[in-house]
Design a protein around this ligand. Structure first.
Ligand SMILES: Cc1cc2nc3c(=O)[nH]c(=O)nc-3n(C[C@H](O)[C@H](O)[C@H](O)COP(=O)(O)OP(=O)(O)OC[C@H]3O[C@@H](n4cnc5c(N)ncnc54)[C@H](O)[C@@H]3O)c2cc1C
Ligand code: FES
Length: 264
C-alpha cells in the first residue's frame, strides 16, 4: 500500500465563523474535489477531512470544532506541525454542461473545490445553492458568487437568501431550468431529500457521503455500507445515483466507532 505521509507546519488559520476554521498547509499535494486526507495531530490520533482546495503550494481544510480531536486542533497555532496522508477516495466527476450544485451546512467544502475545478474546465453553466441554518453559518458566499453563473442562498431562519432549505430552492430552480448533472453535499437527510428530487427530474447526480473512517484505505472495514459491504473510503466518498440506489443504509443509519448501528 502506498502511503504518502507528509508532516507540515500550519501556514495559516482562518476563522470562517465561531465554530469553523480553515487550516492551510504548505504542500504541493495533488488532489481532486471530493477527495479527503487523513489528518494526524501528534498524540491525538487521526481523522478524515475533505479537501477544501489545493494550489501549487497549499492544501486547505475547513473544520468544525465538534469533539476532542477537533478541539485539540483548534488549540494549535500557525507554525505547529500536523501530519497528513492521502489524498484518498473517488472524486466528483467532471461534468461541464449545465450543472447544479446543492450544498448544506458545513459539508460544502468539496462543492467549493468542485466549482473552482469546473470553472477551470470551462463549465457551460454552473448554479450553486448554498444552504445553512442562518446567515452566520453560511460558508464561502463570495467564492460561490465568483465561481458560479448563478449563486443562491437558503437559510432555515430566513436571515439571508430564501427562507427554507437548499432542497426547497432546488425544487424551484429545477421547475424553471434544465440541468445535465447535480452534485450534492450536506447532512445525509438533506442529501436523501435532494436525491429524491433529482430522481424525480431524471437528472444524474452524485452525493458526497461520510461514514466512520479509521484507516481511509480499505483495510479496517469501519466505513463499509450495507448490504454489500461497499467500501466508502475507497469506492467513495463520492457516490453516483446508480450505486446509491443499492446502498440500503443511505439516509437510514450509520455505524459508530465500535461498528454499532445508529439511526441517523
Ligand atoms: C470523508 C470524510 C470527510 C470529512 N470532512 C470533514 C470536513 O471537511 N470538515 C469537518 O469538520 N469534518 C469532516 N469530517 C468529519 C470529521 O472527520 C469528524 O467530525 C471529526 O473526526 C470529529 O472528531 P472529534 O474527535 O472532534 O469529534 P468526535 O466527538 O469524535 O466525533 C464527532 C462526530 O464526528 C464523527 N466522527 C468522529 N471520528 C470520525 C471518523 N474517524 N470518521 C468519520 N466520522 C467521525 C462522530 O461519529 C461524531 O458524529 C469528515 C468525515 C469523513 C468520513
Ligand atoms: S476506513 Fe478503513 S476500510 Fe474504509
Amino acid at each position: 500500500m502506498k502511503c504518502d505521509r507528509q508532516t507540515l507546519p500550519i501556514a495559516a488559520i482562518r476563522a470562517e465563523n465561531p465554530s469553523l476554521r480553515t487550516f492551510v498547509l504548505e504542500t504541493s499535494l495533488k488532489a481532486h474535489p471530493g477527495q479527503f486526507i487523513m489528518l494526524t495531530i501528534f498524540g491525538q490520533g487521526e481523522k478524515p477531512f475533505s479537501i477544501l482546495d489545493v494550489t501549487n503550494s497549499s492544501c486547505s481544510l475547513t473544520i468544525k470544532n465538534i469533539g476532542p480531536f477537533t478541539e485539540a486542533l483548534f488549540q494549535l497555532k500557525v507554525g505547529d506541525l500536523l501530519s497528513i496522508r492521502g489524498p484518498y477516495g473517488k472524486p466528483f466527476s467532471t461534468e461541464t454542461g449545465r450543472v447544479l450544485m446543492v450544498g448544506g451546512g458545513f459539508a460544502t467544502p468539496p462543492l467549493r473545490f468542485q466549482a473552482k475545478a469546473l470553472q477551470e474546465l470551462g463549465v457551460n453553466y454552473l448554479v450553486n445553492i448554498n444552504g445553512a441554518r442562518s446567515a452566520d453559518d453560511l460558508l464561502y458566499v463570495p467564492d460561490f458568487n465568483d465561481l458560479c453563473h448563478r449563486s443562491l442562498i437558503a437559510t432555515d431562519d430566513g436571515s439571508l437568501g430564501h427562507l427554507g432549505t437548499s432542497v426547497a430552492v432546488m425544487e424551484t430552480v429545477l421547475s424553471e431550468e434544465s440541468f445535465d448533472h447535480v452534485y450534492i453535499s450536506g447532512p445525509e437527510k438533506m442529501m436523501q431529500a435532494a436525491a429524491q428530487v433529482a430522481r424525480r427530474y431524471e437528472i444524474p447526480f452524485e452525493v458526497n457521503l461520510e461514514r466512520y473512517m479509521k484507516c481511509g484505505v480499505g483495510i479496517c472495514g469501519s466505513c463499509v455500507m450495507d448490504p454489500h459491504g461497499f467500501i466508502l473510503c475507497m469506492e467513495g466518498p463520492v457516490v453516483d445515483h446508480e450505486i446509491l440506489e443499492k446502498l440500503s443504509e443511505f439516509g437510514v443509519y450509520h455505524r459508530d466507532k465500535t461498528g454499532r448501528i445508529t439511526a441517523l
